[in-house]
Design a protein around this ligand. Structure first.
Ligand SMILES: [Zn+2]
Length: 158
């Protein structure tokens, strides 16, 4: 692995550990020439997922695009990038587990929305409003009260 600073080939691994519950390896590296430190991730290469959009067109599943959308939804909230990474990992895992190489884009949105309320209610509502394009304020409020009821139900169980 070349140094990102001086382009030297002389780098060494200082630390290596499993992340994402063993699905990736994170390595801290240091350049022997200039001392620059950087991080690399190694993860399993999987077959590409094809996303089928509502209009029938297809495109490759794009993890960073999904993350970017989530970051937008989580603006000015307490949600950490680690939480979002985990959420996307879990969505990805489920998509790959479906075995089908083609997934409807709606399926991805649904998987995200199943997980988002636990992370942030605000982010969920923002994501859902873009995703579902709430037709009116009433359906939006219905959605919100459903989350609250669900949360209250879960709290009552504990
Ligand atoms: Zn260097």
């Amino acid at each position: 692995m070349k140094c990102g600073q001086c382009n030297s080939d002389d780098t060494k691994v200082i630390e290596s550990r499993d992340v994402d519950t063993g699905q990736a390896v994170r390595r801290r590296r240091a350049c022997i020439v200039c001392g620059y430190r950087f991080t690399t991730y190694e993860r399993l290469e999987r077959p590409q997922l094809i996303v089928v959009k509502n209009d029938g067109t297809r495109q490759l599943f794009n993890r960073s695009k999904l993350l970017a959308g989530l970051y937008r939804a989580c603006e000015k909230t307490q949600v950490t990038s680690m939480q979002l990474e985990q959420l996307v990992n879990s969505v990805e895992q489920q998509l790959y587990a479906c075995a089908d190489q083609e997934v409807p884009s709606g399926k991805i949105g649904e998987l995200v929305m199943e997980r988002l309320p636990a992370v942030s209610e605000v982010a969920y509502v923002r994501f859902a409003s873009v995703y579902r394009r709430f037709k009116d304020i009433a359906s939006f409020e219905r959605e919100l009260s459903q989350i609250r009821e669900r949360k209250a139900g879960e709290a009552a169980k504990v």
